[in-house]
Design a protein around this ligand. Structure first.
Ligand SMILES: Nc1nc2c(ncn2[C@@H]2O[C@H](COP(=O)(O)OP(=O)(O)OP(=O)(O)O)[C@@H](O)[C@H]2O)c(=O)[nH]1
Length: 805
């Protein structure tokens, strides 16, 4: 049986329930206290669809505004986008519209859009009328459905709707090609090598599932996915060269259609006149009833009870698709093992890498997909009706007419029972695809789910912290919209011994399951410290302290582990901090804050940076000031003598030895007051810098900020080598010999990458015993795949040409 991988992303305002929807869909679980997503989380679930399996690669994005810039990496290449709003919040519906606009402008051309009005269990306090959503969905040719993650209403139907829309697109596409007399092979030859919607070819399917569930070219890193089904004929036509083409006869699909209204072209161009009118009264299923259905009330043992929606409507699952000649997109999976098991990690095992996380051990492999996927026709009827009666959970299927053309077929299905009082037939998609949990074979793969029911959420935990705590991204400290002061590299240089910087690589999970603590500490400042410096700025108006990346390793064990890295925790739960010694500077070597040593107007003496051994550290300002002409001035000028400035080029200011560097840019932050440097300061300074008062000291905060920015830019010019291709990368590793090589995989469009970069560069200045390189993932796709980079930014370490753990 062929497996088709479909990248799906969820977009929408924060708090609308995106994560809850995914959680319900993948895990059949609802968490009242679910934390806001940070960055994004990733889950997979495979469901049967006709004669093939559709494996959803689901990217649940963070709805908070500050993560907006990350979204493109998730919707890029997506086959479908689920845009979620909260029916009790009008604002969230506006936000949804913005997302749709963005998708139309920047998303894949034919991305399937599904609008989900979540929290329909709260319809008594609804702010968004269903009618509005339907009209809007119609206007953009989207699927629309009201859902409740809480009560498990229409969640599976939502995805099944997407499933079918995509499937229909393929079908149409195939037909089109046939009409045009196109040679399938030649068409395929024109298709991109990588696709977010691809078929896996049989023989290797199991192997792939067990060892390489996540394609190496993980989603956002792969080329744009060949466009999927949406509405426009034109668009579909243009997809020809990009679309998968099934070599199987259409006759292989109909079984699905008979029980399952297929999205047809007209489906894609919704016309509500023809679509079933919602008849809440007739189609409603009381929530109590829903919650009582076994599927919703009972957590299934996923490992043993594969659950599949489609199975109930696709009794011919066992049919095997004949792969087309070009095996790139097809894998003929004769009888795939239960993907779920395939992917699940062994209980108690801490997966060591993203792959491992999802990878199963042979001993766990298990159920023949036959069992897990195949349904019994006799099971179908019992549920469809219930499903159809769902109160708020109708799926509005534009273009019902297109589906009704198969009325004769559908009439044999339980949907018949969904007839409204008015005699209309309501055929929510779910009807055709839904079965009760208890009877459904669980989609073979809650892939990332462990046997304990844990969900590995990439990125989420890696950067997640509780909202009530701090905010969590490095950029927060730099990019505050609320006028927060920029917090430059302070912490990367100033971490305390106990907070040693462990290096910027969250992603540097060790294969042995170690977790490397990345920049957390290096970026994170202690409150007590920051309060003394302008970096207090990192505190939000609400008093929150932004803690970058900290949470990447802070996920609570009791919670779901949401990130592949989480799984890198050792069985003992230890977190290894291997880089500590090699990277972190010793306390004794650390320079003190400049502000400690510089005298303020009020008579405080600002001493030149001096460490315990008497070394004098020159603040970076000097180095930055060498570019004075270009840079905006900052208050730091205030303690530099105009007549006697010692301009130090960046290099000069960058000591060759660890600890010789004092100073993160913030060191240059000076008191707002006018500063007068007494003569003794000049004496203390090795360079004899005599700091005089200056009106520059009165420069507004903005100047300082721009100064910091400039400093960061300066740092960015530091000692990081930009890798152009795989060959160069290998060369660097080779030349490095015994030296540690730190690699930053990033992309220009990636916000977090941009935020991390200065820190990475600052470390490069600090650790001359480490070779720092940067790989632009856009330029080096092959390298990215080879290095198994699954998210951005990713930091990896190499030693002796091997990935270093
Ligand atoms: N009543 C009700 N509450 C829900 C439903 N879905 C989610 N919630 C609650 O809404 C809140 C936010 O849910 P999330 O799933 O975290 O929302 P999100 O859209 O992922 O939020 P971000 O991660 O910040 O983007 C949580 O308290 C959930 O328990 C639902 O269907 N009904």
């Amino acid at each position: 049986m062929a497996i088709r991988e479909l990248k799906v992303c969820l977009l929408g305002d924060t708090g609308v329930g995106k994560s809850s929807i995914v959680c319900r869909f993948v895990q059949d679980h609802f968490d009242h206290n679910i934390s806001p997503t940070i960055g994004a989380s990733f889950m997979t679930k495979t469901v049967p669809c006709g004669n093939e399996l559709h494996k959803f690669l689901i990217w649940d994005t963070a709805g908070q505004e500050r993560f907006h810039s990350l979204a493109p990496m998730y919707y890029r290449g997506s086959a479908a986008a689920v845009i979620v709003y909260d029916i009790t919040k009008q604002d969230s519906f506006h936000t949804l519209k913005k997302w749709v606009k963005e998708l139309k402008e920047h998303g894949p051309e034919n991305i399937v859009m599904a609008i989900a009005g979540n929290k329909c269990d709260l319809s008594d306090i609804r702010e968004v009328p269903l009618k509005d959503a339907k009209e809007y969905a119609e206007s953009i040719g989207a699927i629309v459905v009201e859902t409740s993650a809480k009560n498990a209403i229409n969640i599976e139907e939502l995805f099944q709707g997407i499933n079918l829309a995509i499937k229909e697109m393929f079908k149409k596409d195939k037909k089109k090609n046939k009409d045009k007399g196109m040679d399938m092979n030649s068409v395929q030859a024109g298709a991109p090598e990588e696709s977010d919607m691809k078929l896996s070819k049989g023989g290797k399917a199991n192997e792939r599932d067990s060892h390489d569930v996540l394609p190496k070219n993980e989603n956002f890193l792969v080329p744009e996915f060949l466009d999927t089904a949406q509405s426009k004929e034109k668009a579909i036509g243009s997809m020809v060269s990009n679309t998968l083409h099934m070599s199987t006869e259409e006759a292989e699909f109909p079984q699905q259609v008979s029980g399952t209204p297929m999205f047809s072209e007209s489906t894609i161009h919704p016309k509500y006149e023809g679509s079933p009118k919602s008849s809440p009264k007739n189609t409603q299923l009381k929530q109590e009833n829903i919650s009582k259905t076994p599927g919703y009330s009972k957590q299934t043992n996923y490992s043993n009870t594969p659950k599949s929606l489609a199975k109930t409507t696709h009794p011919k699952q066992e049919s095997t698709l004949s792969p087309v000649a070009n095996g790139t997109y097809y894998r003929e999976v004769d009888m795939p093992k239960s993907l779920e098991d395939t992917i699940q990690s062994k209980k108690g095992d801490m997966p060591k890498s993203l792959e491992d996380t999802i990878q199963s051990k042979k001993g766990d492999m298990p159920k023949s997909s036959d069992d897990s996927v195949r349904s019994k026709e006799s099971e179908i009827p019992r549920y469809l009706q219930d499903t159809i009666q769902s109160k708020e959970g109708k799926i509005y299927k534009p273009l019902k007419d297109s589906i009704q053309s198969k009325e004769s077929e559908t009439s044999k299905t339980p949907q018949d029972s969904t007839q409204s009082k008015e005699g209309k037939i309501y055929k929510p998609l779910k009807d055709s695809v839904q079965s009760k949990d208890s009877e459904m074979s669980k989609t073979p793969q809650d892939s990332t789910q462990s046997k304990e029911g844990k969900i590995y959420k990439p990125l989420k935990d890696s950067v997640q912290s509780k909202e009530s705590e701090m905010s969590k991204f490095p950029q927060d400290s730099i990019q505050s919209k609320e006028g927060k002061t920029y917090k430059p590299l302070k912490d990367s240089v100033q971490s305390k011994e106990s907070e040693m910087s462990k290096f910027p690589q969250d992603s540097t999970q060790s294969k042995e399951g170690k977790i490397y603590k990345p920049l957390k500490d290096s970026i994170q400042s202690k409150e007590s410290e920051t309060s003394k410096t302008p970096q207090d700025s990192t505190q939000s108006k609400e008093g929150k302290i932004y803690k970058p990346l900290k949470d990447s390793v802070q996920s609570k064990e009791s919670e779901r582990s949401k990130f592949p890295q989480d799984s890198t925790q050792s069985k003992e739960g230890k977190i290894y901090k291997p880089l500590k010694d090699s990277i972190q500077s010793k306390e004794s070597e650390r320079s003190k804050f400049p502000q400690d040593s510089i005298q303020s107007k009020e008579g405080k003496i600002y001493k030149p940076l001096k460490d315990s051994e008497g070394k004098i550290y020159k603040p970076l300002k000097d180095s930055v000031q060498s570019k004075e002409n270009k840079l905006s001035k900052s208050s730091q000028d205030s303690f530099q003598s105009k007549e006697d400035k010692t301009h130090k080029p960046l290099k000069a200011s960058v000591p060759s030895k660890e600890g010789d560097i004092s100073k993160s840019p913030e060191d240059t932050i000076q008191p707002k007051e006018e500063i007068t440097m007494p003569p003794e300061d000049a004496i203390q300074s090795q360079e004899g810098v005599s700091v005089k008062s200056s009106e520059e000291a009165l420069q507004p905060l903005e100047s300082k900020l721009s100064r910091f920015k400039a400093e960061i830019e300066t740092l960015e010019e530091g000692l990081v080598r930009v890798i152009k291709d795989k060959e160069e990368f290998e060369e660097v590793l080779k030349d490095a010999g015994e030296k540690l090589v730190a690699v930053d995989f990033s992309a220009a469009w990636c916000g977090p990458c941009r935020m991390m970069k200065p820190h990475f560069h600052s470390l490069s200045l600090k650790h001359d015993d480490v070779i720092f390189v940067e790989v632009d993932t856009e330029d080096c796709e092959q390298l990215v795949q080879d290095c198994e980079v699954f998210h951005l930014p990713t930091f990896q370490f190499y030693k002796k040409e091997e990935k270093w753990v």
